[in-house]
Design a protein around this ligand. Structure first.
Ligand SMILES: Nc1ncnc2c1ncn2[C@@H]1O[C@H](COP(=O)(O)OP(=O)(O)O)[C@@H](O)[C@H]1O
Ligand SMILES: [Mg+2]
Length: 407
């Protein structure tokens, strides 16, 4: 009779466990996952209170992410340092804790430890993925009035194990998605490089001829519909010329032989001149703050980086505005920043500006390769390019080129 009851009890525990596993694998985000597992575990262990703390990025501090008796507002502000309180101790040692009666427990000598709990028995288990700490789950206030058992602890450890695995798995999936997306963009770019080197040379000469003849025709033709058609044709041609030029630039850089050394400031001065040639009908105030003592670095396309960013800055300005250019030496990097007081851009554009062919400009102005080229060149330097932008305020590009690899 007794055996039968025990088996029944075990069965219902297994069922409860499998229900928790199901809800863990079905949940769509971490908060939902934590809440569902906590609620179901409390029910399975006939307990009133519980909480889940999650470890931060540095693994030094945990913050409360889920509790059945706290309102959401306080949630993230409740923190435990590694080693602090019961939760911090379990996190630090990565070892589960079953306390049957806190009053009798000699191992928990820290006086304020039982603050986290109202009753004398509790369970506290680390959530791990392998040996990596993800968080800590605690359960207390056993409704049965009895202390928790070894079986209860095992149960909670199994739940914690699956939470850990699921969280680690979703983090990995997220990384894989990011890498996939990046590989797609990079792949598109490499293909583009190969393709462009073949085709752009073929296109360049005949295109020059066509542009010349259209210009000649425009010089000789009288006002009238035919002139209008030619003007249309010319604006289409300018776009094609721009694309071919960008593609040529790309293919030239792919042949990376006999690199020359470049002076960053001189290249910047020259790029500013080039960009200002495009700034007709605009009053642009250029502010320069160029570091006097920068080492020379190999030229892998510095001028392309600077002029593409400067041309974009000019395009972003209205009739008047300023562009601030700064070069500096900073912790083993040459740092170049270019800021404009132009139109700025929304986050959804910022996310895409380095994609080849992403442009918001009209046909004759942009083909969307400028920043893709910049990004590619900066990568060759093993450098970084960062952008920050505020709508109607302006945009800043900061480029860091490591001296270790390049000086
Ligand atoms: N300084 C800037 N201010 C506002 N938007 C910018 C700036 N620089 C780049 N952008 C945005 O990024 C897009 C991509 O730039 P880019 O790759 O140079 O291509 P393109 O200039 O041919 O459009 C631009 O069309 C524009 O929307
Ligand atoms: Mg551009």
């Amino acid at each position: 009779m007794f055996l039968q009851t025990k088996t029944k009890k075990d069965m219902s525990k297994i069922e409860q466990l499998s229900e928790i596993m199901d809800s863990i694998s079905a949940s769509r985000d971490i908060r939902e996952l934590l809440q569902a597992s906590l609620n179901k575990t409390l029910k399975a262990l006939s307990s009133e209170r519980g909480s889940i703390f999650m470890a931060g990025e540095d693994g030094e501090e945990l913050s409360l992410k889920c509790a059945n008796d706290n309102n959401d507002l306080k949630m993230d502000q409740i923190r435990r340092k590694l080693g602090e309180g019961v939760v911090g101790k379990v996190a630090k040692e990565k070892r589960s804790l079953l306390v049957k009666d806190i009053r009798q427990d000699r191992t928990l000598t820290i006086s304020n430890m039982h603050h986290d709990y109202r009753t004398t028995s509790f369970l506290c288990v680390p959530i791990l993925a392998g040996m990596k700490l993800i968080g800590v789950i605690s359960i207390t206030e056993n409704n049965t009035g009895k202390p928790y058992s070894e079986e209860d602890l095992k149960f909670l450890e199994i739940v914690a194990g699956s939470i850990g695995l699921k969280i680690e798995k979703s983090k990995l999936l997220c990384e894989v998605e990011k890498i996939k997306k990046k590989a797609e963009t990079d792949g598109k770019f490499t293909e583009l490089g190969k393709f462009s080197s073949g085709i752009s040379h073929e296109l360049n000469n005949p295109l020059d001829g066509v542009v010349r003849y259209v210009n000649l025709a425009l010089n000789t033709i009288e006002e009238g519909p035919a002139r209008g058609y030619l003007m249309e044709a010319k604006s289409g041609l300018i776009r094609i010329v721009n694309i071919v030029r960008s593609l040529l630039e790309l293919s030239r850089r792919n042949k990376n032989s006999n690199l020359k050394m470049a002076d960053v400031n001189e290249t910047m001065e020259h790029s500013i001149e080039l960009a200002m040639n495009c700034a007709t009908h605009k009053t642009v105030d250029i502010k320069k703050d160029l570091h006097k003592d920068l080492p020379m670095i190999p030229d892998m396309g510095l001028e392309s980086i600077f002029s593409n960013i400067l041309k974009n800055a000019v395009d972003a300005l209205g009739a008047t505005g300023s562009i601030e250019v700064k070069t500096a030496r900073n912790n083993g990097f040459i740092e170049i920043s270019i800021r404009d007081t132009g139109c700025g851009m929304p986050q959804e554009h910022i996310n895409r500006i380095f994609e080849p062919f992403f442009t918001t400009k009209e046909m004759s102005k942009g083909v969307g390769l400028g920043l893709a080229i910049c990004d590619d060149i900066v990568k060759r330097y093993n450098g970084r390019i960062q952008v920050s932008s505020q709508m109607d305020k302006g945009t800043a590009f900061v480029i860091q080129l490591p001296l270790k690899d390049n000086a």
